[in-house]
Write a new protein. Structure first.
Length: 407
């Protein structure tokens, strides 16, 4: 009887959608060492994790207290899918102050983090047969997030300084191109797109009538808490993504958003209704409080990152096999490891095996950083110093042996 109830495994209908291939992406393997280190830490082992951007700060107490207050008040029921008007208005005001673009609540849709907002933008702006251009180096989730819609990701190369090669960008635009995506400050390089670079991009975007998606999750960590923007100049073509994750040490709260033209916001809200149906009310209320305290929260994380950036630089400068690429902003530093004779992939694997320190493979961000590893420096001083000592040991003791073995 049981055999009769068991569905045949050879059925032609019992299979996965082709979507599963698109969402796997090339960058998923980059997290293997990180998750191995997380598992080791949970077992109580001596590991150092510098492979993810989670600042060593607590969420501001006033934000936490607001969430607790609203939880106790029973703010745990359904909410408006696009976000409460008060939160959307607060986001619109913050965006206007940062970018100079006059927007209102009708231009904002709230999501479970900027990654969620990036997915929605991808689904709303491009589809099968379309092309979307993004600059290398790029965050490892970008390929899958952009191609999930059926569009094809086109990678624009970077210069040796990890800045976008704008001459190459112009040649990549075709009749199929629908949008250009980028992050500023960039993850992993910390590069901030300049006014001059944006001027050239704006000319291309207007000429070819393209969408722009600007991921500005790290904007609060840039000098004075802002980055140059095209939002005010091209309000009907620019979509801006933001969140509280980095600026307020709220990575686990999943509070992000999308700001764009009203018609796009309507489409995004409809998609939010299908997949999310609104952030929890108590998180939205906490987010309103966070935005009200943004100047001090952002100054706090900028101060921490500036000090840790210099500490990491001082720690790695004596290591002759490593060449640090100091960022303009953010919480990461790329280390060029090519002088070790190892690829970024090999370095990550061998460094963790020998010294139990987890960093990120630069190849996960594209060809421009394949000889690099990414190190998060937004951690406490003792951990950063210990990581530098282990880097020194690894480069002095293990690298000569590994390089000889590779010859």
């Amino acid at each position: 009887m049981l055999e009769m109830l068991t569905p045949p495994t050879h059925s032609k209908n019992v299979k996965f959608s082709t979507l599963v291939k698109r969402i796997s992406g090339d960058g998923t393997d980059a997290w293997l060492t990180h998750y191995e280190a997380v598992a080791a830490r949970e077992r109580g082992e001596d590991v150092i994790i510098l492979s993810v951007g989670d600042p060593d700060l607590d969420t501001p107490a006033v934000v936490v207290e607001r969430a607790i207050e609203r939880l106790r008040a029973g703010d745990t029921h359904y909410v408006v899918a696009a976000g409460r008007p008060a939160l959307r208005t607060a986001i619109a005001q913050a965006h206007a102050a940062r970018s100079g673009q006059a927007v209102g609540a009708e231009n904002v849709v709230c999501f479970a983090g900027a990654q969620n907002a990036l997915f929605v933008a991808s689904m709303c702006l491009a589809g099968p047969g379309d092309e979307v251009i993004t600059f290398e180096p790029l965050y490892p989730t970008y390929p899958a997030t952009i191609e999930v819609s059926g569009a094809r990701l086109v990678r624009a190369p970077a210069t040796s300084a990890c800045r976008p090669d704008l001459r190459a960008l112009a040649a990549l635009i075709t009749p199929r191109t629908r949008a250009i995506f980028w992050a500023t400050p960039n993850n992993p390089s910390g590069v901030i797109l300049s006014e001059q670079e944006l001027d050239l991009i704006a000319t291309l975007v207007q000429r070819h009538e393209l969408w722009v998606v600007s991921d500005e999750v790290y904007a609060g960590l840039a000098p004075e808490g802002r980055v140059p923007s095209l939002a005010a100049r091209l309000p009907e073509q620019v979509v801006t993504l933001g969140s509280l994750s980095k600026s307020h040490a709220m990575t686990g709260w999943r509070a992000g958003w999308l700001v764009g033209p009203t018609q796009l916001a309507l489409h995004a809200e409809q998609l939010a209704m299908c997949m999310l149906f609104g952030l929890p009310g108590f998180i939205q209320e906490a987010a309103i409080t966070a935005l009200a305290h943004a100047p001090e929260a952002e100054a706090r994380i900028r101060q921490l990152c500036a000090a840790r950036r210099e500490r990491l630089l001082q720690g790695v400068m004596p290591i002759r096999q490593l060449r640090p690429l100091a960022p303009q902003a953010g919480m990461f530093m790329l280390l060029d490891v090519s002088a070790t004779g190892l690829s970024g992939t090999q370095f990550v694997r061998e460094f963790y095996a020998s010294q139990r320190v987890s960093v990120m493979d630069g190849a996960a961000f594209g060809a421009a950083t394949a000889t690099c590893v990414r190190v998060c420096f937004a951690t406490d001083e003792a951990t950063l110093d210990a990581a530098c000592r282990r880097l020194q040991t690894f480069c002095a003791q293990d690298v000569p042996r590994l390089s000889a073995r590779g010859r």
